[in-house]
Every structure is written in structure tokens, then in C-alpha cells.
Design a protein around this ligand. Structure first.
Ligand SMILES: [Zn+2]
Length: 305
């Protein structure tokens, strides 16, 4: 996320209603076991299917990824050894869950190379929805909220959906070089991706770690379909969310310009943004759960109903 410093969004802090089925008391479900939660049970499988329903989203597991990326690896600017380490971490998590994961190179403005991490479930079906989160940070910031929080949510979604019918319809991408680069410009990983492939819909999960109303942002280019679907999913899942038109602040930008109905999930600007103080302790587990719940409901509505 790279909003200009002079623009600070006013964000309402509202009590959050999260479905009880996603409480921390629920034990994480292995990908091979059908989950018994009401949320998971609402997923209708085709007759005769033996594929499991999605598992229960664990905010603790998601938080572990925030700790690894922001606390363990720390600042991970595009082109750095730390970014490469973070990309390997994400790639390894996808692979161990059973996904086909690739490190896809693209060029940075200084001529060096960075990589997106792209994961799909091994299946002949063509994935339709891209759920993305940028993995890089600005120099000197551990990027816990911006954007280990978003990457953590997509990694946990990858776990809950591994082996399910929905997994065949999703493409998870950890984007590189979303932040402004020394040579100028931003969103290089997502721009490189959008130039080559056009999913049916795209959701950028970016700075989702604060316990606030989730902003469903977009640039207002083209179709509002994904925004409307996310707002509908928020309503169904009891997650507070509101729509907002935003400048070109996240990886949804290149996709919107490419004609893909896209949106950004964001918990708003904050004082630690792009600072050394964007640390793990600021990230709220409840916020990861809210974002994860919203995206799970969205995916279910889009791919099954
Ligand atoms: Zn940022």
C-alpha cells in the first residue's frame, strides 16, 4: 500500500461481529478433513463429490505468518536478499499445502529482477479468481501491517481451501514490488502479471491488520462487480465493511486498468505506515480473522453458488 502521506482516511472504529464458528476455540482442521463449522457447511459440493469443504480459518496460524515475515525476516524491499527469503518462505508454504507454486520473475526499474509467487491447485480447471497480497516492504520498515497481514491472510486461506473444490478456482499471488521503487513507479509485480493474464476477478488484501471496519476500495475503473460481491459477502458473514473510491494505492490498480473487476481490502491508513514501527505487536488477530472470513465467504459465493 502506498497512499500519499498527505491523505489520511477517516476510519470508523466499529464493534466487529464475527461468526462464532470462527472463534479461536475451534481447532484448526486439516485440509483433508471436512470441517464441521456452519460457515464451511454452507459450501455446497456437487453430488457425489468426495472433496472436503474448506477448513476453519485460524487467526493464530495467520498471525504466525505475520511473525515470520515481519518479525523473523523484517524489512524486505524489492530486489533485496530479505525479499528473496520471504518469497521462498511463501513458496514453501504453498508447496507443503499441495499447491503448484512458481516464482515468476519480472523486471524492476533499475534493471534488476524481482519475483511474484503464484500458487494454483493442481487441476485441469482454469482458476478464475485471483486473491493477492504484496510481499515487499519499503526499506527500513518490517511491514507487519503493510503487508505481512495480507500475505498471512492469503496463506491461511490457501490452507483452509487446500484440496477443496474452490481451490481449483482460485489463484493465490504474493506480489513483488508493490511499493514505490527507487527508479520511480510502483505496483510492478501486479502490473507484470496483469499484462499477461486476466482473471475473472481480483482481490488485493493490503494492510488488513487493524481492528477496524474493512474498506472495500477500488479506483472506480470499469466494473464494480467484485466490490459489490465483497460487500455482499461482508454482510453475509457479519464483517463490518464499507466501499470507498481510492487512488492507485494497491495491486488492484493494474488489474482495474486491464479491465478486470477488482478491489482492495484495507483497514485504513495509520501512523506506523512505512515506518520502522510497523511491527508485529500492532497487528490484531481479530482483524486477520475478519478479512479471512470475508474472503472465504466471497470465494464460496463466487465459485460454488
Ligand atoms: Zn506500503
Amino acid at each position: 500500500m502506498n497512499p500519499t502521506p498527505r491523505v489520511v482516511g477517516t476510519v470508523l472504529v466499529l464493534a466487529r461481529l464475527v461468526p462464532a464458528c470462527n472463534s479461536e476455540a475451534s481447532s484448526p482442521t486439516s485440509p483433508s478433513e471436512p470441517a464441521g463449522s456452519p460457515l464451511a457447511a454452507s459450501v455446497a459440493l456437487s453430488p457425489g463429490s468426495t472433496l472436503p469443504d474448506p477448513g476453519v480459518f485460524s487467526s493464530s496460524r495467520a498471525f504466525d505468518h505475520v511473525r515470520e515475515l515481519a518479525g523473523g525476516i523484517g524489512p524486505r524491499p524489492a530486489g533485496s536478499a530479505a525479499y528473496a527469503r520471504a518469497a521462498r518462505y511463501v513458496h514453501a508454504r504453498f508447496v507443503e499445502l499441495g499447491y503448484r507454486s512458481r516464482l515468476v520473475p519480472f523486471e524492476l526499474p533499475n534493471g534488476s529482477t524481482s519475483r511474484n509467487v503464484v500458487a494454483t491447485w493442481p487441476s485441469p480447471a482454469r482458476s478464475r479468481i485471483l486473491i493477492g497480497a504484496h510481499l515487499d516492504t519499503v526499506p527500513g520498515s518490517p511491514g507487519a501491517n503493510d503487508n505481512a497481514s495480507g500475505v498471512a491472510v492469503i496463506l491461511e486461506l490457501a490452507r483452509t481451501h487446500a484440496g477443496t473444490s474452490e481451490a481449483r478456482g482460485i489463484r493465490f499471488v504474493a506480489f513483488g514490488a508493490e511499493e514505490v521503487q527507487p527508479g520511480g513507479g510502483h505496483h510492478f509485480g501486479s502490473a507484470a502479471y496483469a499484462a499477461r493474464a486476466k482473471p475473472r476477478a481480483m482481490v488485493s488484501v493490503d494492510m488488513i491488520g487493524l481492528d477496524r471496519t474493512i474498506i472495500v476500495g477500488w479506483m472506480g475503473i470499469g466494473s464494480r462487480k467484485t466490490v459489490a460481491a465483497l460487500l455482499s459477502a461482508a454482510k453475509e458473514s457479519g464483517v463490518d465493511a464499507r466501499e470507498k473510491i481510492l487512488p492507485d494505492w494497491s495491486d488492484n490498480g493494474p488489474f482495474e486498468r486491464a479491465g478486470v473487476p477488482s478491489a482492495l481490502l484495507w483497514t485504513g491508513d495509520e501512523p506506523n505506515h512505512h515506518e520502522p514501527t510497523d511491527v508485529v505487536a500492532n497487528v490484531r488477530r481479530a482483524a486477520l480473522l475478519a478479512a479471512g472470513t470475508l474472503v472465504m465467504t466471497y470465494v464460496t459465493q463466487q465459485l460454488v453458488l
